[in-house]
Design a binder for this molecule. Structure first.
Ligand SMILES: [Zn+2]
Length: 240
């Protein structure tokens, strides 16, 4: 009976692992946190572009939103000024190697920004590998123009930190663990570690987000105030 359970468990792991075709263990840029990535950068960007295109088909894009122009200008600034200042900082912290790594990632992260109106979207904003960002229109009821930049910085930080790739690993590990817990009765405490990892990803995006925000010449105080507002928003449960 135990052998059978073990074989089922191994089978689940092997099946789920089939997508781990180029997984590596490495350190996250800017924060140096150790993590596991599932895919190479080119595949990550390609996958993100497809997911973004699919998402756009099912959402209502607000083309002439009054905030559209200023938000796009802020987004461009984050991608140029913010990232180039991060590159300088990365070199001083981790040397040329760290700088080159971030440079390669930022070159593959040149996505676009759209504002959407869609009540189904539970989050305030969503980002996709490759740098595409979708902002839900209702966020402007809660945040000012300056504060909305904070959301862009946070989302773009997710992109350059390659969190989609990392979350792929967490999601698959989660699936494997859920089945292993059911089949092999592994203590449920393991799930706590996965939640901890997801929390770390959000904190890391805030950390790099505020670095980008500052690198663009925007005040830290605005970042903090916007984060507090988003965290206190019951409708969205603070998700970005
Ligand atoms: Zn986030």
């Amino acid at each position: 009976m135990v052998v059978r359970k073990l074989l089922i468990g191994v089978g689940v792991v092997v099946t789920s692992s089939s997508i781990y075709f180029a997984s590596v263990s490495e350190r996250s840029v800017v924060t140096d946190r150790k993590r596991i990535l599932l895919y190479p950068l080119w595949y990550e960007s390609w996958k993100g572009a497809h997911k973004y295109a699919d998402q756009k088909k099912t959402t209502t894009i607000v083309t002439n939103h009054p905030m559209s122009r200023s938000l796009n200008e802020s987004f461009s600034k984050i991608k140029t000024v913010g990232v180039s200042n991060l590159l300088i900082e990365e070199e001083s912290r981790f040397g040329r190697r760290g700088k080159n790594k971030l440079k390669k990632i930022s070159e593959n992260t040149k996505g676009e920004l759209v504002i959407v109106h869609n009540d189904i979207l539970e989050k305030n904003a969503q980002c996709f590998a490759g740098g595409h960002v979708i902002v839900e229109e209702r966020i402007f009821q809660m945040l000012s123009e300056k504060e909305s930049r904070v959301v862009l910085c946070h989302e773009y930080a997710h992109c350059i930190l390659r969190h989609h790739n990392e979350k792929g690993f967490i999601a698959n590990t989660c699936l494997v663990l859920h089945i292993l817990i059911l089949v092999l009765h592994i203590p449920i405490v393991i799930k706590g570690l996965i939640r901890y990892d997801c929390k770390m990803i959000e904190l890391e995006a805030d950390k790099v987000g505020i670095m980008l925000h500052r690198a663009c010449g925007w005040e830290d105080q605005v970042f903090v105030e916007a984060v507090l507002k988003i965290c206190g928003d019951e409708d969205s449960d603070g998700k970005t």
